[in-house]
Structures are given as structure tokens and as C-alpha cells.
Write a protein that binds this ligand. Structure first.
Ligand code: PEP
Ligand code: MG
Length: 574
């Protein structure tokens, strides 16, 4: 049986399945008499505090093994346990309905999870799983059932689960796990991040695969194609063994490439940088030969918690990344959050059009304390390496000026407090709104660099919601309108003497590497795994060929024509 999901960590692996069960707990429904109500409630309170303690312990373990950023995911779990509405509702129903607390709690919890899972916001939908996860843990404590843990793994296996949270993978024998397969998840879910940092293949979003696979089944995972094959026959096994050899040879070649400079055949050098989401992604950036970090998305810090992260916590992470990457540059993007990312997992505020709403720099400028805390942390870490600050979603000069005023204020405060920082820390702006692209010449006078965020620029320029599947076919980086905007931004930046990078997905897409080189992009920032491929393309063209290609495509009228030209000029010379 072959199933398709999302391949979130590349590579091919064949192995035995280890199914992490424990999702389905059978909870009895028992009538209780009035005298037992208090005992039930006490049992519930004890289970709440035992579970909170368990999670706190896990949090410590996760922090030690995977870093604070992963550990904070568990903060949301603690919050669920502290949710007064959930607790009171449960106790109230136990009193009124005279039913055992296990049963009542599992119903109350499922109700909350269902509300969340129906949200149109993918972040909140994800929180439904947190609620269920905590619920299962609490129920296990109420029912006195021991948790099956990944720490029990003794032989090499592929872990199959509904989902994997940091709580699940804490204490896991990493050397025994050769792949991950899960029912749900996305490129940014914990499973995906973990798999990439362990460099093992993983496929997520396979719907109900954890129910289809039995422990011991033989599996093939193709983490590149996003395919899982259950109990393959010998012909398929042979085919995948060959694919695997091919993949490994290619990987080896690409790794060798990582030591070579990113320059065109005629010696024009560019920077190939990594996009990261947490300090733990740095080893992968280094392994793939990144010339620095072109985009450190700091949102991860702020998710799944009620309180924003402290200055100290951020300082530690930024300092670590800066010093590990030194002398290479690290661009820290100030957080690009929407208003709904802060709230308790059980409330659902909504914006009608969040992508056009209260996010990015708009949010920061209205949250002085949170913004200043982040800026202070970045500035203090700037003594450790080559850090720079970048603002997301700027759409006007006023916003940029205002953001820079915050930096100046933070610097002033640090001086008064006698705390050191790099006075000359560079400031850049993301060009990801069409208005910013159109006033790039004006913005360029105020900053040290640009980074084009094509993910947003494309959605705003073509007016298509980047997560709406109905209009996904219109989302085309090859749209002549997009290419012209990019050209405009690069030319404006260069005419004012600043460098222009790109950190949207387009920068890591092989098809566009040569044309972006020709348009004059100075730095390409992408997911670390994409770096070797882009490098091999850059190294296989001359700058003049690339410039000619850029000129040619700029004269075309449609995305189809552009893609045809780029496709037919497969530039890689082996
Ligand atoms: C972008 O918009 O291209 C970008 C890099 O930012 P994000 O994907 O984080 O919005
Ligand atoms: Mg963006």
C-alpha cells in the first residue's frame, strides 16, 4: 500500500514500524453517588497537579536536549491544565450529572478541542492537538495507566504516530530512530523540525496512517517525495534501494559542493544563506554550507505561550546563533506575528483578513514593551558576531522611521545601563509589500540592506491569499509582474549602494536561481537543504549568461512563457 503525505525531511529509508499508540484511551462512564462527588473532585485536582508536574519535568528534559525553544511548546500544555473554564466546567458537571470525573473531563476537553479544530486559522487548529495531548496525559493519570514511551525503543525503527510533540520525543533513543511518519503535521510542526535536525527522512500529514500500520510492518519512507509504502514487495524494495543509492550519491556530491564558493563560472560571487526558525537549526545551516543566516524567523519564540519571551531568553538564543555562525552574518527578523498568536489556546479572536491585518511591524509598533525587549536582546547579542536587524512587512517610510526610533531608544537605554552592544549593527528591511517595492529607492536611503520576501510579495502583488487552495494556481513567482517588482527593488537598492538579498521560497527554487543571479540579487536565503542545489546552478552559469536570461524573461508577457523559457534552459552543467 502506498500513501502520500508531505515530505518534510528528505531521504529514503527502509525499516520496521514502531507504532506509538496510546491515542485511544477507553474511558468508562460511571454513575456516582452524592457522597463520592468530593472524592472525584479531589482525584481530579490531584491528577491536574500530577500532570502539571509531569509536564514541568518533561520541559526540563526537552530544554536540556533540544533547547528552550522546543521546551516552550510545552508551555501551552501547562496552560491547558490551568484553564479555569475547563476545570470549573468539569467540576460543575460532575456535581450536576453525578458522573465519574474521567468521563466528564474527556467530554469537556473534546468539546474545546473540536471548537479549535474547526477554526479557519491553521495555528489554532494546531492547538487542538495540544489540548488533546494534555487531555490524554491527564486521563492516563486519572485512570492510573502508564504511558508508553519512545524511550522503550531498543532496535532501529521508523516511528509511526498520530503526531509527535516535544513531550513524545524527549528521552527518545535518537540513534535508534531512522524515520518518522505521522497522521498530521506540516513543514513547521515539531516532527518536521526534529526530523530535519536529526537528518532522518520524515513524511507527515498522512491522515490515518497510524491506524493502518501495525508494529513490525515493513515500511519504506521517501521523505523527498512524501511517500510511505507499507509492506512493499521485493520489486518495489529493489526499486527504492536503487533510489536510495542514487539519493546518497547525490547528497554526497552536494555536500562536497558545500565547501566550494558560491560563484558563477566567471567569478561573480553571491551569498547563499539559510533561513532558520530556531537556534537548533544552526547545525543544519552549517552542514549545508550556508554563508550565514539570511532570515532568522523569531516568531517561534512567541507561539504557544501567554507571556512573551524574556529579554534574557532571547539574548541567549541570539548570542548562540551569532557566535556559532561568526564571522558569518546573521539577520534576525523581528517577530512577524498576527494578533491572534498570543492568546490562550482556548480563546479564538478572529480577523477577517489576517494577512492584511495586524501583523509584522504593525503589531510591533503598537506593542512597545514586547518590541523593545526583542530589540534589546538582539542589540546585546550583537557583540558576539555579525548580527543585523530586519523589519517585516514594512509598507511605508513612516513605519520604517518609527521602527528605527525604537532601535535608537533601545540603544540609548543600553548605553545608560552600561550594557555593551555593537553601535554599528546593520538595519535592513524586508521588501514584501508592493508599496515597499514601489518606494524601494526611498527606503534604501534609510537602511543597510533589503531582503525581498517573495512569499508575501507575491501574494500581495497578485492578490492571492497564500494559503487559499482555490487560488493557489495563480500564485506564480514567474509572473512578469513579480519579476518586474524584483528588478525594481534590486536596481533601487544598488543605485543607493546597498545589497539586496531574497529570503522568500523563490530564492531556493532551482528554476529561478540563474534568472535571480542575472537580475542582480546579492544574497539568496533559503531552507538549508536547498543550498547545495542552488550553489550547483550558480556555479554552472556565467554572469553574462544569467543577465541575458534575465533580460529575455523580463520581455515576456505571461508566467507560462517565463516558465517555458526557464524550464528549457536547464542550466545545471554536471
Ligand atoms: C516572505 O514573505 O517571503 C518571508 C520570507 O517571510 P515569511 O514567509 O516568514 O512571511
Ligand atoms: Mg513574509
Amino acid at each position: 500500500m502506498e500513501l502520500s503525505g508531505i515530505g518534510v525531511s528528505p531521504g529514503i529509508v527502509v525499516g520496521k514500524a514502531y507504532v506509538v499508540a496510546g491515542n485511544a484511551l477507553s474511558v468508562p462512564r460511571i454513575r456516582i453517588d452524592v457522597d463520592s462527588i468530593d472524592t472525584e473532585i479531589r482525584r481530579f485536582r490531584e491528577a491536574l497537579s500530577a500532570t502539571a508536574q509531569e509536564i514541568r519535568q518533561l520541559q526540563k528534559k526537552v530544554a536540556a536536549e533540544a533547547g528552550d525553544e522546543h521546551a516552550h511548546i510545552l508551555e501551552a500544555h501547562v496552560l491547558v491544565l490551568e484553564d479555569a473554564i475547563l476545570i470549573e466546567k468539569t467540576i460543575d458537571r460532575v456535581r450536576k450529572e453525578k458522573l465519574n470525573v474521567d468521563h466528564v473531563f474527556s467530554e469537556v476537553l473534546e468539546q474545546s478541542a473540536r471548537v479549535l479544530s474547526r477554526s479557519t486559522d491553521s495555528y489554532l487548529r494546531g492547538r487542538a492537538e495540544d489540548v488533546r495531548d494534555v487531555g490524554r496525559r491527564l486521563l492516563r493519570n486519572l485512570l492510573g495507566k502508564k504511558e508508553k514511551s519512545l524511550a522503550d525503543i531498543r532496535e532501529e525503527v521508523i516511528v509511526v504516530a498520530h503526531d509527535l510533540s516535544p513531550a513524545d520525543t524527549a528521552g527518545m533513543h535518537k540513534e535508534k530512530v531512522i524515520g518518522f511518519v505521522t497522521d498530521i503535521g506540516s513543514r513547521t510542526s515539531h516532527t518536521a523540525i526534529m526530523a530535519r535536525s536529526l537528518e532522518i527522512p520524515a513524511v507527515v500529514a498522512l491522515k490515518d496512517i497510524s491506524h493502518r500500520i501495525k508494529r513490525g510492518d515493513r515500511l519504506i519512507i521517501d521523505g523527498t517525495a512524501g511517500v510511505v509504502i507499507i509492506n512493499p514487495d521485493t520489486a518495489v524494495l529493489k526499486e527504492y534501494k536503487e533510489k536510495r543509492i542514487y539519493f546518497e550519491v547525490k547528497e554526497k556530491k552536494l555536500r562536497e559542493l558545500s565547501r566550494l564558493p558560491a560563484q558563477s563560472l566567471d567569478g561573480h560571487a553571491v551569498q547563499l544563506l539559510a533561513n532558520i526558525e530556531m537556534a537548533g537549526d544552526v547545525p543544519s545551516a552549517i552542514a549545508h554550507g550556508a554563508d550565514g543566516i539570511g532570515l532568522y524567523r523569531t516568531e517561534f519564540f512567541y507561539l504557544d505561550r501567554m507571556e512573551p519571551p524574556s529579554e534574557e531568553e532571547q539574548y541567549e538564543a541570539y548570542r548562540y546563533v551569532a557566535s556559532r555562525m561568526a564571522p558569518h552574518p546573521v539577520v534576525i527578523r523581528t517577530m512577524d506575528l498576527g494578533g491572534d498568536k498570543f492568546v490562550s489556546p482556548l480563546e479564538i479572536p478572529k480577523e477577517l483578513n489576517p494577512f492584511m491585518g495586524w501583523r509584522g511591524i504593525r503589531f510591533c509598533l503598537e506593542q512597545p514593551e514586547i518590541f523593545e525587549t526583542q530589540l534589546r536582546a538582539i542589540l546585546r547579542a550583537s557583540t558576539e558576531g555579525k548580527l543585523s536587524i530586519m523589519f517585516p512587512l514594512v509598507s511605508s517610510l513612516e513605519e520604517l522611521r518609527e521602527a528605527k526610533r525604537f532601535v535608537a531608544k533601545a540603544k540609548g537605554d543600553l548605553v545608560r545601563e552600561r550594557k555593551s552592544f555593537n553601535e554599528n549593527v546593520e538595519i535592513g528591511v524586508m521588501i514584501e509589500t508592493p508599496s515597499a517595492a514601489m518606494i524601494a529607492d526611498i527606503l534604501a536611503e534609510q537602511v543597510d540592506f533589503f531582503s525581498i520576501g517573495t512569499n508575501d510579495l507575491i501574494q500581495y502583488a497578485i492578490a492571492i491569499d497564500r494559503i487559499n487552495e482555490r487560488v493557489a494556481y495563480l500564485y506564480r513567482p514567474a509572473h512578469p509582474g513579480v519579476l518586474r517588482l524584483i528588478k525594481r527593488v534590486v536596481d533601487a537598492g544598488h543605485s543607493k549602494g546597498i545589497h539586496v538579498d531574497m529570503c522568500g521560497e523563490m530564492a531556493g527554487e532551482a528554476q529561478f536561481a540563474a534568472v535571480l543571479l542575472g537580475l542582480g540579487v546579492d544574497g539568496f536565503s533559503m531552507s538549508p537543504v536547498a543550498i547545495p542545489t542552488i550553489k550547483s546552478i550558480i556555479r554552472s552559469v556565467t554572469l553574462s549568461e544569467a543577465k541575458k536570461m534575465a533580460l529575455d524573461v523580463l520581455n515576456l508577457s505571461t508566467a507560462d512563457e517565463v516558465e517555458r523559457v526557464l524550464g528549457s534552459r536547464g542550466v545545471v552543467r554536471e
